[in-house]
Design a protein around this ligand. Structure first.
Ligand SMILES: O=C([C@H](O)CO)[C@H](O)[C@H](O)COP(=O)(O)O
Length: 186
C-alpha cells in the first residue's frame, strides 16, 4: 500500500497511540520485576527490532543492572538465573529461535515481546508479551500506513521505555543518578 500524501504525521501518531493503548500495565511491571530478580539480563533482536533492544540495554545499564546485548564480542555465556529478553515481531527470526532454544535448555528465563504469541519463539518462551502492530510480511494489512514492521518497532521502543520508568520506581533511581552512568567516551 502506498501512503497518501496528506496527514502522514498525524496518522502515525494516531496509530502509535492506539497500539500503545493496548499495552497492559501488568505486563510492564511484570517484566520489570523479572529484570530485578534476574542475575543478569541479555537482550536480543534482529534488524530494527534489535536496535530497539540496544536502546533498552543502554537504559538498563544506566540503572545499574548487569546487562548484555547478544552478539557483542564482550557478551558472556547465559546461565540459569539469567533472563533473555527477545524483541521479535514475527517470533520466527532464525538466529533468535536458536538463542531462545539454547537459553531455555540452560534454564535461563526467556521473555518474548512480539506480535505473534503462537510463533516458534512464543512456544519456547517462559513468558510472552503481545504488542499491536503489523508484521513485516503483512504488506497488505490495513493496520498501519507505515512500511513493514515500523509500527511494531516503535511500540516496542516505547514499551521498553515504560519498563524503564517502572524500574526507576522499583529501584528508587532518578535521571541524575542514571546520568552518572551515561557514557563519557562519546
Ligand atoms: O529490521 C527489521 C525489518 O526492517 C522490519 O521492519 C526487523 O526488525 C527484523 O527483520 C527482525 O524481524 P522480527 O524478528 O520479526 O522483529
Amino acid at each position: 500500500m502506498i501512503p497518501s500524501k496528506t496527514a502522514g504525521s498525524s496518522k502515525v501518531a494516531a496509530e502509535l497511540y492506539q497500539a500503545f493503548q493496548q499495552i497492559n500495565e501488568d505486563e510492564v511491571t511484570g517484566l520489570a520485576e523479572r529484570i530485578t530478580k534476574a542475575n543478569r539480563v541479555f537482550v536480543a533482536g534482529a534488524g530494527r527490532s534489535g536496535l530497539m533492544g540496544r536502546a533498552f540495554a543502554m537504559r538498563l545499564m544506566q540503572l545499574g543492572i548487569p546487562v548484555y546485548v547478544v552478539g557483542e564480542t564482550v557478551t558472556p555465556a547465559i546461565k540459569a538465573g539469567d533472563l533473555l529478553v527477545i524483541g521479535s515481531g514475527s517470533g520466527e527470526t532464525t538466529p533468535l529461535v536458536a538463542f531462545a532454544n539454547k537459553s531455555a535448555s540452560l534454564h535461563a528465563d526467556v521473555v518474548l515481546i512480539t506480535l505473534s504469541a503462537h510463533s516458534t519463539i512464543g512456544r519456547m518462551a517462559n513468558h510472552t508479551i503481545t504488542l499491536t502492530g503489523a508484521r513485516k510480511d503483512q504488506i497488505d494489512a490495513d493496520v498501519s500506513i507505515q512500511p513493514l514492521g515500523s509500527l511494531y518497532e516503535q511500540t516496542l521502543l516505547l514499551f521498553y521505555d515504560v519498563v524503564i520508568i517502572s524500574l526507576m520506581q522499583m529501584l528508587e533511581m532518578d535521571t541524575s543518578r542514571m546520568y552518572e552512568n551515561h557514557a563519557n567516551l562519546e
